[in-house]
Design a protein. Structure first.
Length: 375
């Protein structure tokens, strides 16, 4: 089985942030709030802002958020947590009980790469890596496991694999495989909000296939931070001590709660439109000679763009476009595993896409590539 490539660094110098804030158009995600003051004033507009602050997980606004997400996912209970890493560690520990796992997961999964294998390093669980690179998890991967897992995890969509999703029938088969064998299925649904648009099914119908579901508030929904774990009442009750052990029982998290509620209202209804816009832009970019979009037909509102230029050179080209055109295309590029010597960037569509046309985005990308001397 191939080894997952190392992701690009998440370190962004302050100069990049200042340049991004001076721009007037942005490619990825949602329009940025340019200061903490602007962010705080936006939170104050939420109806729940007049409620008392939550204290150690208790508060009317927090419980309203947990109840709303539990309802959306069709689960009996839900618990807010400050950080997805802590949430998923707690979920895996509860599912594995006192044992060491094993945990079945994709080699490109967030749990393995972006969480720095914390489930192994901190929880002393064992990982069973399954599946091929840039390919969504399938039931054949489970059939090929050398031993019975204590829990199966599926990331929807697989971000590091190009935001790929298994077909609906495949996901149903994975669920059936787990239930037939009495193995819990955990969905890493950090971007489950986006996945629902691909499946054309309610969130609750997707979540019903799994025993536990993790959803994030700061990615597609544009919140400040935070997430929710949803599942049975017993599962949520057993999370409580692990939330404390993982430093997740924070004194108050009301800014996270308010921004999550705002994101559910402002962004969740637009996920199908964001996906359609991503499909249109991907087609325009893929038509350029030497450029590659992966997957060829994006499944959600995000995809990879592979370009025939070196990553560091492309970064300088991206910054040049920001300075000259006020169009922020990003500032990070990874080595492409599709184009030797080339670069890979991620394109994620949100409400910022309302500020430009596909033709304008293409022109900006051409300028960034030309600035590298690649023509």
């Amino acid at each position: 089985m191939a080894t997952a490539p190392t992701p690009y660094s998440n370190t962004t110098p302050n100069a990049d942030i200042e340049l991004r804030n001076r721009c007037t158009r942005w490619l990825n995600g949602h329009r940025p709030l340019r200061s903490m003051r602007e962010s705080l004033l936006a939170l104050a507009e939420a109806p729940e802002a007049a409620l008392p602050l939550d204290v150690y997980g208790q508060g009317e606004a927090m419980q309203a958020l947990e109840s709303e997400v539990a309802g959306l996912l069709g689960k009996p209970a839900a618990r807010f947590m400050h950080k997805g890493v802590a949430a998923q560690l707690a979920a895996l520990r509860v599912h594995c009980g006192e044992g060491d796992g094993p945990v079945a997961l994709h080699p490109q999964s967030h749990i393995a790469i972006d969480e720095a294998e914390a489930f192994e390093q901190l929880m002393r669980l064992r990982g069973l890596r399954m599946g091929d690179l840039d390919t969504a998890t399938c039931v054949a991967d489970l059939d090929g496991l050398a031993e019975r897992p204590a829990v199966v995890t599926v990331e929807l969509p697989l971000r590091r694999g190009g935001y790929r999703l298994p077909a609906w029938d495949e996901l149903v088969a994975i669920s059936a495989w787990c239930r037939t064998r009495g193995v819990p299925l955990h969905l890493d649904g950090a971007r489950l909000w986006e996945a629902s648009a691909f499946y054309g099914r309610p969130l609750a119908e997707i979540a019903a296939l799994a025993d536990s579901v993790y959803v994030s508030f700061y990615k597609g929904l544009g919140g400040l931070a935070g997430c929710v774990l949803a599942g049975s009442e017993d599962f949520i009750a057993r999370l409580a001590p692990w939330q404390t052990r993982l430093a997740g029982n924070v004194f108050t998290v009301y800014p996270f709660v308010l921004s999550a509620l705002q994101g559910l209202r402002a962004q969740l209804p637009h996920m199908p439109a964001y996906r359609e816009r991503a499909l249109a832009l991907a087609a325009v970019l893929a038509a350029q000679p030497g450029w590659c979009v992966a997957p060829e037909l994006p499944q959600v509102n995000a995809f990879q763009l592979h370009l025939p230029v070196a990553p560091e050179a492309l970064r300088e080209g991206l910054l040049a476009v920001a300075r000259q055109q006020g169009f922020w295309l990003g500032a990070r590029a990874a080595a492409s595993h599709r184009l030797p010597g080339g670069a890979m960037v991620e394109v994620v569509i949100g409400d910022a896409a309302q500020g430009w046309t596909d033709a304008e985005a293409l022109a900006a990308w051409r300028q960034a590539v030309a600035a590298t001397g690649a023509g």
